[in-house]
Each structure stands twice: as structure tokens, then as C-alpha cells.
Design a protein around this ligand. Structure first.
Ligand SMILES: O=C(O)CCC(=O)C(=O)O
Length: 363
């Protein structure tokens, strides 16, 4: 396949350019800075709430945390979790191993470059091709499946990096437990047939995790670019790890607001397939990444997704005469193909899923 690599943002920044190339310049909506008005909820999972241990928790404690998660999913679509049970030492290993990737010489990184039709590997903008009119973004990334291990594209896996494979293995196992726990809580809140209902709807054991490691170098004119364009995530649920540099923003009541940096926290967001399954109760929220003049930023987004052949549509139990299905069902692979073809598009993809008129409910 054609190699469509172009100058990486990291290379532009390392070369010390002072004026950014026109293909990155766009109109950037301003940020609303009023932390008193808007604060993304922070939910303390109290360690033992992790899936291995929550059986030991008393019912009231479980119910109280579950209620916070469900209300945040409904009212915000975004929340942060602390005391989530993933050891700091493991998080530090994931961060170190992936920083080492971006520190490789350019030519070595380019050996993992993705291709125009396939986002897996080292890349710079989803949905961009040199002849498109879309604007570029001030960030590079590494993208691949991480779980189960046989889904990884090993031709794009930096196997020579010390601890990359081992730390990703361990991190994926921990995150899988957290994703299942979150789906259990949300299934209960929707009053579905069983607490495993949402998990089953997204493929159960067949569901997969992908990671997108974002590297946003310093930018000489940060107000003219975005690191990552506004989008909602196409998958089911996302868990985002970040360094302690601000830059993640969500659109709340029309305004762009910062998601505050909280040491040790992971950010959880509802993604498009969860909005569809819940027939609109849980919200997949638009978010973006902004960049800074004098510091770089990194983030690690892990996307939990159904296999491509799984049909995702509103759960049948949620549908009746008063509550018609708001979204058309589609195989996840179809949804994803459109997402990667069109690229990041605000809430455009989930909006398109609503526009269809032949609406079906989930079995
Ligand atoms: O960099 C961030 O904080 C956001 C990352 C993100 O939204 C993504 O990778 O999809």
C-alpha cells in the first residue's frame, strides 16, 4: 500500500519553526474558563470497587458509587475515576514505554507508519489524505489493538522497545476489568435483563481494546491549531490516561471547558455505541485536545469496541411505544469504516446514525 507519510508534527517542532504551515491553521473556538461553573465529576471507586474486589463491598457502598457513575454517564458523558485499583507503578511503565517510542529516531518510527486506508501504526491525522481540504492537527500518534493480543498488528508493533509488550499486556488486563465493571453498573442502571447485558451486546469475550497514544509537541502559535479536532469516540467506552498537562476539553452546554488534571485519575467517556445501546440515555460527548507554546503533552486513550460484525442498536428492553428507537442499528465495522474515512467530525457520526428512518431495536 502507498506510504502516505508527511512531515510529522514532532519534526516540525524539533526543527524550531516559528510560523506554523497554513495546512494546520484553523478557526479555533475559544475555551470557557470558569471552573466554578463546570467541573467534570470525579468519582472515588474506593479501590475495592474494582471488579476483583467489589464483592467484598457492602451493598450501600456499591450502590452509591454506581449511582455516581450512572448520573455522570447521563448528565456529562465524561467523568474521572480515582482509586481505580490500577497500580501507579504499572501506569508509569506504560507511560515510559510509550514515551520511548516517540523518542526513537524519525526513521525508526517511520518503519511503523500507517497507510491511507488503515490507521494502525504511527500516524498524524485520522481521515487525512494529502489531497483533502481538511486541516491538519498539531499531534502525532501511535495506534494499534492491544487486547486480545492476537488482534495486534504485529507488523506495526514496536517489539524491540523494552517493556512495551509486557506493560501493554498488564495494562490491558486491568482495563478490561474496569470496562466490564462500568458496563455492569450501566446495565443495572438501565434495568436490563442481566448485569452482563451491555457486555454481551458488544461481543462479550470477543470485544477488543485499541490504544491511541497521542504526542502533542509544543506549538509556536497554539491559538491557531488544535492538537486533536472535536469529535466523539466511535466505540463503546473509552478510558483515557494523561500526563499532568492540561489540554483535554469537552463541550458542555455549548462551551469548551477544561477537564482538570487530577493526579492518579483516569478519564472515562461514554462513546457512540453506548449512546446508541442506551437509546440516548448515556451521552457520547464531543471533546478535543488543545496544545501549548512551551510544553508538550501526552495522552493514552484506550477504546473498548465490539468486533466489526456485531450489530449495535438500542437495547430492546428500552423500547416501547413511548420510547421509540432513536438510532438505526448498524454493524460496528460499518460505523467504524465511515468514521475513519470521514475523520473526526464533532458529533457528526452519531448524528448520522440518528438520521436514518428505518429504525430497528436490539435483540
Ligand atoms: O489527548 C487527549 O486528551 C484526548 C485524546 C482523545 O480524545 C483521543 O485520542 O481520542
Amino acid at each position: 500500500m502507498e506510504n502516505w507519510a508527511f512531515t510529522r508534527v514532532q519534526t516540525l517542532a524539533d526543527n524550531g519553526i516559528q510560523t506554523i504551515p497554513p495546512e494546520y491553521v484553523r478557526r479555533v473556538e475559544k475555551t470557557h474558563h470558569d471552573p466554578n461553573r463546570f467541573q467534570v465529576p470525579i468519582i472515588d471507586l474506593q479501590l475495592g470497587f474494582s471488579s476483583q474486589q467489589h464483592d467484598h463491598f457492602c451493598k450501600d457502598q456499591y450502590d452509591s458509587i454506581a449511582a455516581q457513575i450512572s448520573r455522570a454517564a447521563e448528565n456529562w458523558g465524561f467523568f474521572q475515576i480515582i482509586n481505580h485499583g490500577i497500580p501507579d507503578s504499572l501506569i508509569a511503565r506504560v507511560q515510559e514505554a510509550s514515551k520511548a517510542f516517540f523518542q526513537l529516531p524519525t526513521q525508526e518510527k517511520e518503519a511503523y507508519a500507517n497507510e491511507a486506508q488503515n490507521p494502525i501504526g504511527y500516524g498524524s491525522k485520522i481521515g487525512y489524505s494529502p489531497d483533502s481540504e481538511a486541516k491538519l492537527e498539531w499531534g502525532d500518534y501511535y495506534y494499534n489493538a492491544i487486547w486480545p493480543p492476537d488482534m495486534r498488528d504485529m507488523s506495526k508493533w514496536p517489539i524491540q522497545l523494552s517493556d512495551f509488550t509486557e506493560s501493554m499486556d498488564e495494562y490491558s488486563r486491568e482495563l478490561s476489568k474496569l470496562f466490564e465493571l462500568l458496563m455492569e453498573v450501566l446495565s443495572r442502571d438501565l434495568d436490563l435483563e442481566s448485569e452482563n447485558s451491555l457486555n454481551e451486546s458488544v461481543g462479550g469475550e470477543r470485544k477488543g481494546l485499541h490504544i491511541r497514544i497521542n504526542y502533542y509537541p509544543p506549538c509556536p502559535q497554539p491559538d491557531l491549531v488544535v492538537g486533536l479536532a472535536p469529535h466523539s469516540d466511535p466505540n463503546v467506552l473509552t478510558i483515557l490516561l494523561r500526563d499532568q498537562t492540561p489540554g483535554l476539553q469537552i463541550r458542555k452546554d455549548g462551551a469548551w471547558i477544561d477537564v482538570q488534571c487530577v493526579p492518579g485519575a483516569l478519564v472515562v467517556n461514554i462513546a457512540d455505541q453506548m449512546e446508541i445501546l442506551s437509546n440516548g440515555k448515556f451521552k457520547s460527548i464531543e471533546h478535543r485536545g488543545v496544545v501549548h507554546k512551551d510544553r508538550s503533552r501526552m495522552s493514552w486513550a484506550v477504546f473498548c469496541s465490539p468486533p466489526r460484525d456485531v450489530l449495535v442498536s438500542p437495547k430492546r428492553e428500552l423500547i416501547d411505544e413511548q420510547h421509540p428507537p432513536l438510532y438505526q442499528g448498524a454493524a460496528y465495522g460499518e460505523y467504524l469504516t465511515k468514521f475513519f474515512k470521514k475523520g473526526l467530525d464533532g458529533k457528526g457520526h452519531i448524528h448520522d446514525a440518528k438520521q436514518q428512518d428505518s429504525l430497528v431495536s436490539n435483540s
